[in-house]
Design a protein around this ligand. Structure first.
Ligand code: UDP
Length: 358
């Protein structure tokens, strides 16, 4: 197939601002290329792809940056501006359509979803977040009633945020396993990885690390500086070791040395890439049972799941983390979330949708 993928409008690929979508795009493209599909990617200026995507065609465009939906009021009404980056990416993708079989949209945004109703070729939407905007929920609902197969989700818990979707297509996510090295060592430090923003709940991980009397290593893009400062101020200096935002090869190398990843989402986490990345390195995860992590971690086998927001349970199970056999974590990723498995699921989805248009 010849496919065009629209990237997230939140930040360029490689910036960290786009969160998990950046990695999802790279592993999806890498998996599709291995199956000999031909891929165009439309993304904001300065975007860079991972090495394994070098035979894809990258088209970068310039436009007005926008705020992430989850940091705006749920009831916000958008003023659609022609200069917005998502509009410009969409126009570019549409201009490539004459040589393409389908567009896969990874942008959680109105315009690409609306466009599905206006054109007679397939635009498929892999929705990257739960219900974070009434406007987006309404447009998904409207388009879904005519094009029920054009939407897919990462986890059942995420799809449940859209109850009008009757039999959601769940794709999970994919990871290029050759980029992650399994590390056996069990006695390393504690890790937390993610965008530093309130929906990620870093404060709860800082609390359990402090109760256990250890520092917490934090990797990720600091999206909300005030939020980060408020956590720093709550603990003695040095309690949080800021490791910065690293590219995958460095991140996985450092993360793999850790004894556990603490994952504390405060929102309905659509998937939770960092959970699987830790597991790919052999690092077990203690997480809130909220959203995707609840479907990824096998309690007692690859980590522990605790009631959301229950910090004392988090602490209790963190102390038991050495009971987990690290090779089981890697094994789960190999069997469930490689980029090949993910690409295969996406191809089946594409075929089903393309058939509807013939
Ligand atoms: N990440 C990274 N370097 C870092 C920290 C995080 O590349 O130093 C990436 C990580 O690989 C993951 C993404 O940030 O793909 C976070 O995605 P996740 O699905 O966990 O959460 P989101 O940000 O999408 O809500």
């Amino acid at each position: 197939m010849r496919l065009t993928i629209i990237s997230t409008p939140i930040g360029f690929l490689g910036s960290g601002k786009g969160g998990g979508v950046e990695l999802t795009l790279n592993s999806l493209v890498s998996g599709l290329l291995k199956q000999n599909h031909s891929i165009n990617i439309v993304a904001p200026n300065n975007s860079k792809l991972s090495e394994s995507c070098s035979s894809a065609k990258l088209f970068t465009v310039e436009g007005h940056e926008q705020n992430s939906w989850q940091h705006q009021d749920y009831y916000t009404k958008t003023k659609i501006s022609g200069g917005s980056i998502v509009n410009i990416m969409l126009e570019k993708a549409l201009s490539l359509m004459k040589d393409c079989d389908a567009i896969i949209n990874l942008a959680y945004d109105l315009q690409p979803i609306c466009k599905t109703l206006e054109v007679d070729y397939p635009i498929l939407h892999l929705i990257s977040m739960g219900d974070e905007s009434l406007e987006i929920r309404n447009i998904i609902s409207k388009v879904y009633s005519s094009y029920p197969f054009n939407f897919a989700f990462h986890s059942k818990a995420q799809a449940a945020d859209y109850p009008f979707i009757k039999e959601p297509i769940i794709l999970g996510n994919g990871f290029e396993l050759s980029r992650y090295t399994f590390q056996e060592k069990k006695d390393g430090p504690l890790a937390w990885v993610g965008r530093v923003a309130p929906e990620k709940g870093l404060e709860d991980a800082a609390y359990v690390a402090s109760e256990i009397g250890e520092k917490l290593n934090v990797w990720g893009f600091i999206e909300d500086k005030d939020y980060a400062s408020s956590i720093i101020e709550s603990y003695p200096s040095g309690h949080i070791c800021w490791k910065g935002y690293l590219q995958t090869n460095e991140l996985q190398e450092q993360l793999g040395k850790c004894r556990a990843l603490i994952n504390t989402p405060k929102w309905n986490e659509a998937y939770g890439n960092v959970v699987v990345e830790a597991m790919a390195c052999g690092v077990p995860v203690v997480a809130y049972k909220r959203g995707g992590p609840g479907e990824i971690i096998q309690h007692g086998k690859t980590g522990f799941l605790v009631k959301a927001d229950d910090k004392e349970s988090l602490l209790f199970y963190l102390k038991k983390i050495s009971n987990i056999n690290r090779s089981k974590c890697r094994e789960w990723v190999e069997n469930n979330a490689s980029s090949d498995i993910f690409a295969q699921k996406v191809v089946s989805w594409l075929k089903r949708v393309i058939k509807e248009y013939k």
